[in-house]
Structure formats: C-alpha cells, structure tokens
Design a binder for this molecule. Structure first.
Ligand code: PHE
Length: 450
C-alpha cells in the first residue's frame, strides 16, 4: 500500500464532492433532453420515483461497501466476500466498474470539450476575433481533439492533487458557483415569451404515458447515470468517508441534491426550448418529436442567446461555463476510480498514476473523436445502458447475498448509533436483497430485448 490514504475533511466536503460527481452533463444536458423527448412531466414523475426507490438504495449499497472497506473498489468488494469464488466475483465487479468509469470518461471528455469550446466562443466574439469564433462554433476534428485534451488535462490537474486539496477543495468551490449561475439563468428565461408554455409541458403530467415501458427504461438509466452508479466511483468516494459519519443521511443528501439539480436544470432548459421555438427555432417535428436530441443544447441555446443581443454573449458564456464546471466535478470522480486502484494496487505515486491513466483515457477519447459516427454512440450504449445497470445490480447482490449479515448491520450502525429506530434499518437490508436486484434486472432485460 502507498502512503496514508486521503479522506474528506468534512461532511460538507464529502457532500459537495459526491454531489459534484452525481451532478453533471447527465443532469443539465441529459435529463432535460430525455424529459422533452419522453413525454415531459410524465418522465419527470417516473424519474423521481425511480431515483428515490431504486437509485438511492443502490447508491447506499456502494457507499456502504466502500466505507466498510476503506480501500479502492476491488479491495472493498473483496473485503465483504468470504468464499474464493466470491473474491473472484469481487474482482470482476470492482475492476469492471473501474473500466466502465474510464470508458465513460473517454466519451464524457468529448462532450465536455464541446462545452469548453462553446464557453470560449462568446469570448472570441467579444474580442472581435470573428474567425476564431466561427472555428469554435463549428464541429471539426482539430477543434474536438484540442478541447477534449484540454478537458482531460484539467481533470488530471485536479486529481493529481489528491482527495482533500484536489477533489474536495474544487468541488466546494465549483458546486455552489454552478447553482448560482443556474438560478440567474432561470430568472432570465422566465421573463421571455414562450417560457410559460414550456413550464406547463414540464410540470403538468399526462398520466396516460407514465407506464410506457420505454419511458421507464430511460428513466432508470438516467437515474443510474446521474447518481454515478455501477462505476465504482461511489465505492471509492465512500471509502474516503470517516466511520464517524452518518452515511445514511449523507447518501440521502447526495440523492436529494442530484435530483434537485436535475429538476432545476429542467426548469431552465425546457422553458428555454419553448422560448427558442417562439423565436422561430425549430425544436419539435410536426409529429411532436424532438429534433436533434444529442445536439439540442448546441443548436437551440446559442440561437436563444443570439436573440438576446449583446447580453446573450454573457449569458452564453455563463451557461456553457456552468456546463463545463458540472462536467469537471463529475470527470474528476471518474478518473479517481482507476487512479485510486492503481495507487493502492501497484504502490505507485498518485501523480504518476494520474498521468498514466489520464494519457490512456486520452488515447481512447481521441480514437472515439476520430470515429465519432461509429464509436461515440456505441461506447455510450455499452457503458450507460449495459455496464452501469448490471454492475449496480451486482453491488446490491454483494450487500444482500454475500456480505455477512452481522457485519453489514454493524457497518450500517457506524456513525449512526440510533439507526435501529429508523425505517432505513428495517427496510433497506431486505429491500436491497430482493427488490433492487429483481426490478433492476427486469428493466435491464427489457431494455436488451427492446
Ligand atoms: N453522474 C454524472 C452526470 O450526471 C456522470 C457520471 C457517471 C459520473 C458515472 C461518474 C460516473 O453527469
């Protein structure tokens, strides 16, 4: 083992870091887009139910395993295993999660790179550099490669500093900034024509579509992606929490913040879409289907900002800076998963491990950038729709079926001596044992079949 392990220095620090991991492009870009293309408010309702009733218990499983193990995901999972086959299984799940985190980072860095170039573009316009501004706003191989690499280097710079000075310090700064910018933008959008129509589409559910299976599959995937589950990220963040802390409430805070920010982001993006529509931007096809899902943010929003005149340059800058910040607090958690493993497994220095893995991920990213049409969607589907739900399910199986019950109950009590008076104590252990694996499994099988 290498030197002393890092630990979050405060409750607030942990909550900001874990919420920082959870809150990202998934909330501000993915959630509103999915909501708009899956029946508006009905999707919101399904998402809320699944986030609290499936994703939160699964998050607790991962945090609990990590806090108990006080080590990287592979070692933490091995510590709750008893028989040799369980230890092999622990390696597969832990290492699988680490790989999954690395591959997620490799596509995430590309989208985050788009966000960075969209942040730089209004600055170029303000400076009168029209050619640069045009270059920044158009998709091109060189632009994508440069900004993907810039984003990965930013992520490496933070992670090489470790837990307290890197992850915790930057999450505490970036997360509140993000919330502030989000609220300012909502206040602005609400004053625009068309915003109220968007608000209605977002908040008044059409209950007839709520049991649509496709909607439920998407909502569960969104909830898992958003809480960073099945990537060993929450196991490793759990391992940096002191045994004196009340994990049950920490996990609940993280879930609440994540869901709250997704909800708030919806309050911004969905009305903004309708505002853009009122200004003549085409968003929905004649049949009511959302056009250009993936690139919605890059088409609709710049059009909206243009309509604001010169103020739009500042608003555009603020918005995309916000997206970049949200992406960064998530990407650092993705990089931490493989780095913590390498540091502990091979007794490597943190800085070396960070650069080594950062470069590997950059190579994968660049390969994807060069084959955007074929690889981008494929990597997203394999990681978020297959690996994440499966690995999240496995973690529930570890907690429910492999971890010795007495040791598990002890782990729940740590930092929370009064827990046996709570609903969590009575419900969570059997809920994670039966309900989570069955429901996640059913949704997974369904998504594969369809
Ligand atoms: N939860 C992050 C988001 O919503 C993405 C993420 C996935 C982060 C997996 C870490 C691990 O953007």
């Amino acid at each position: 083992m290498s030197a002393v392990r890092g630990e979050f220095s405060s409750r607030f620090g942990f909550i900001m870091a874990a919420a920082g991991s959870a809150v990202g492009l998934g909330n501000i870009w993915g959630f509103p887009t999915q909501t708009a293309s899956n029946g508006g408010a009905a999707f919101l309702v399904a998402y809320l139910v699944l986030a609290f009733f499936l994703a939160y218990p699964a998050l607790m499983a991962e945090l609990m395993i990590g806090r108990h193990g006080q080590a990287n995901a592979v070692v933490s999972l091995t510590k709750v295993s008893n028989k040799p086959w369980q230890k092999h299984f622990a390696f597969i799940v832990g290492f699988g999660g680490i790989l999954c985190a690395g591959f997620i980072l490799s596509f995430y860095a590309i989208v985050a790179g788009w966000m960075l170039s969209a942040t730089a573009q209004p600055i170029a316009t303000l400076a009168g550099a029209d050619a640069a501004s045009l270059w920044l706003s158009e998709q091109s191989l060189t632009r994508n490669i440069i900004f993907t690499l810039v984003f990965i280097v930013l992520t490496i710079a933070i992670i090489s500093r470790g837990v307290e000075n890197g992850i915790e310090k930057w999450s505490k700064r970036l997360m509140p900034a993000l919330l502030g910018i989000l609220f300012l933008l909502i206040a602005y959008v609400m004053t625009q024509e068309g915003a109220m129509e968007g608000l209605k589409a977002y908040l008044l559910p059409d209950f007839s579509s709520i049991f649509d299976t496709q909607l439920i599959v998407s909502a569960l995937g969104q909830a898992f992606f958003s809480l960073s589950l099945g990537t060993s990220v929450m196991i490793i963040y759990g391992s940096y929490i002191s045994k004196k802390e009340n994990l049950v409430s920490l996990g609940a805070y993280v879930t609440l913040i994540d869901v709250f920010i997704a909800f708030v982001a919806g309050l911004l993006i969905i009305p903004a879409m309708y505002v853009a529509q009122a200004q003549g931007v085409e968003i929905f096809s004649a049949s009511g289907k959302l056009l250009s899902e993936d690139t919605l943010v890059f088409q609709v929003l710049p059009a909206l900002f243009d309509g604001m005149g010169s103020v739009g340059l500042f608003v555009g800058f603020a918005f995309f800076a916000l997206m970049s910040i949200a992406a960064l607090t998530s990407s650092i958690s993705m990089l931490e998963a493989p780095v913590s493993y390498t540091v502990e497994r091979f007794a490597m220095k943190r800085i070396q491990a960070t650069w080594l893995i950062g470069v590997l991920i950059a190579v994968v990213s660049i390969t994807i950038v060069c084959n955007l049409g074929t690889l981008f969607g494929l990597v997203i589907t394999l990681t978020t729709k297959v690996a994440q739900p499966l690995l999240g399910l496995m973690c529930c199986i570890f907690v429910g079926w492999i971890w010795y019950r007495n040791s598990l109950l002890q782990a729940i009590q740590e930092g929370n001596p009064e827990v046996h008076n709570t609903l969590f104590w009575k419900v969570w252990p059997w809920y994670t044992k039966f309900v989570c694996p069955i429901v996640i499994g059913a949704v997974f099988v369904h998504s594969i079949l369809s």
